[in-house]
Design a protein around this ligand. Sequence first.
Ligand SMILES: [Zn+2]
Length: 62
Amino acid sequence: MRCPNCQSKDLGKIGAEQYYCWGCFIELTAVDGKLALSQIEEDGSLTSLDDLFEDEDLQMPM
Ligand SMILES: [Zn+2]
């Protein structure tokens, strides 16, 4: 599994369906076989990055 944003394989698991990319510091959440990407802001809030990607880029690899 790679980060769709920076192609890094350096992903850390932080929850049952949640990963953290150490390459670009975003959170990846698996939802229904797809990844939702969120950027963690300095104040701790999350900003969705899904609009920046095509659906096919967010498919979870089998
Ligand atoms: Zn990344």
